[in-house]
Design a protein around this ligand. Structure first.
Ligand code: UTP
Length: 408
């Protein structure tokens, strides 16, 4: 893209200010900036005005969850079916590690965080160890796809190489980058983070499937015969990856997607809640749960919306292919965005100063026709690390890991 074309594109979205320092840039920087402008989708900022409209909620009602008692009764059958599916090479795993992990306050990728006490135990290492539990049991390597972002790709890949993939088969680990989205002020003016660089951040964990496809991995999956993808977050150090029982249950129920859920530990816990929205499986984010819904009880006296998702899903690849072209809702979220001020100096705000534009994996549930909410024991499978201390922190995760016999 040349300067004239860039000006035209920017003027269409009232973003001409992004060329303010163009004259000061080196030839290389100019080229980089023009390329970034060419590649950036600016349409998100035009959606700020109808932000509320897009986040409108349908009619919420409770959904049936496969609870622990039912799972226990069928455990052997589910597990056996799941193992066969893995042995046949039909299951892949997708680790979402493109996030910024801002709450943890480390500049390195979250997976590189060391949670060990007497020895180094990295988050990535914990995940690989969890995957090994199944791989060793079924004696079959499982392809692991790792989503990174432009911000952490190089560091993540070098870390895995340096640690020799924590003993995992290198040929079964595939990295792919997610796309970036621009960040703007509250009026929709995109920020610059350098004189020749727009402020961007990873475009949310909803971009995982298209990013995988763009990286040529759909063809690879087809070639390998992968029919199911277990997609999970980097920060739950206790989760089971490619859990045969979960896979077997989704197969038995013939569902397009399975979602692991835990019983909420209190009505205000910050987890998305699984439910029906206009009669269709859906997830309501914790901040969208009204008091009315929070206090609704079943006839047995239990909270009606008591099961929170832990970002561990099992997707049928065939079903994903049918929805790939459908647009996911855009979540426009207030965040702290480092930016260049009017004097060209970099500012790191203490308070939110604008919007980031993200799509979320939880919105996939709405697009698919059947979902199996699958209850797991939180003490055994849910130790998220979001913060340094307090709730969902390194401290709380360490406690849970020790409780599960893991030496740190
Ligand atoms: P979170 O929503 O907790 O975001 O991610 P985060 O970026 O890790 O942390 P904060 O909010 O900045 O503190 C849930 C999962 O989704 C992944 C994360 O890596 C994590 O596994 N994720 C999130 C992505 O892969 N890409 C994104 O753009 C956002």
């Amino acid at each position: 893209m040349d300067l004239e074309q860039a000006k035209q594109k920017l003027s269409k979205y009232q973003q001409e200010h992004l060329l303010k320092y163009f004259g000061e840039l080196t030839d290389y920087e100019k080229e980089q900036l023009l390329q970034q402008i060419e590649e950036t989708d600016f349409s998100a900022v035009t959606r700020i005005a109808d932000k509320e409209e897009q986040q409108k909620q349908g009619k919420i009602s409770p959904i049936d969850v496969m609870q622990l008692s039912e799972i226990k009764q069928n455990q052997e059958f589910f597990t056996q079916t799941g193992k066969e599916c893995i042995r046949a090479g039909k299951v892949g795993a997708v680790l979402l590690a493109g996030g910024m992990g801002t709450r943890l306050g480390s500049d390195a990728p979250k997976g590189m965080y060391n949670i060990g006490i007497t020895k180094p135990v990295y988050i990535f290492q914990r995940i690989i160890e969890n995957l090994f539990e199944v791989v060793d049991e079924v004696k079959t390597w499982i392809h692991l796809f790792i989503m990174t972002s432009e911000k952490n790709h190089e560091m993540t890949v070098s870390f895995f190489k340096e640690k020799q993939f924590f003993g995992y088969d290198e040929n079964h680990i595939h990295f792919f980058r997610q796309d970036m989205a621009p960040a703007s002020d509250y009026q929709g003016n995109i920020y610059l983070e350098e004189k020749g660089k727009l402020a961007t951040s990873p475009n949310g964990n909803g971009g995982w499937y298209t990013s995988m496809a763009n990286a040529g991995l759909s063809a690879f999956m087809k070639q390998e015969g992968i029919e199911w993808l277990n997609v999970f977050a980097v920060d739950n150090v206790l989760q089971k990856v490619a859990d045969p029982c979960f896979i077997g249950a989704a197969l038995a129920k013939n569902c397009e997607v399975g979602a692991k859920v835990v019983r909420k530990n209190n009505p205000d816990e910050k987890v998305g809640v699984i439910c029906l929205e206009d009669g269709h499986p859906s997830i309501v984010e914790y901040y969208e749960l009204t008091d009315m819904l929070r206090n609704t009880m079943t006839k047995d006296g239990e909270p009606a919306y008591n099961f929170g998702v832990i970002l561990n899903y099992l997707f049928k690849v065939k079903s994903l292919e049918t929805i790939v072209s459908r647009e996911l809702p855009l979540h426009i979220v207030k965040k702290k965005i480092p930016y260049l001020d009017e004097n060209g100096r970099l500012c790191k705000p203490e308070e939110p100063n604008g919007y980031k534009f993200e799509t979320l994996i939880l919105d996939f549930i709405k697009l698919l026709s059947s979902c199996l909410p699958f209850e797991v024991e939180r003490e055994k499978e849910f130790a998220p690390i979001k913060n340094k201390t307090g709730i969902d922190s390194v401290e709380s995760a360490r406690r849970l890991l020790k409780q599960n016999g893991i030496t740190l």
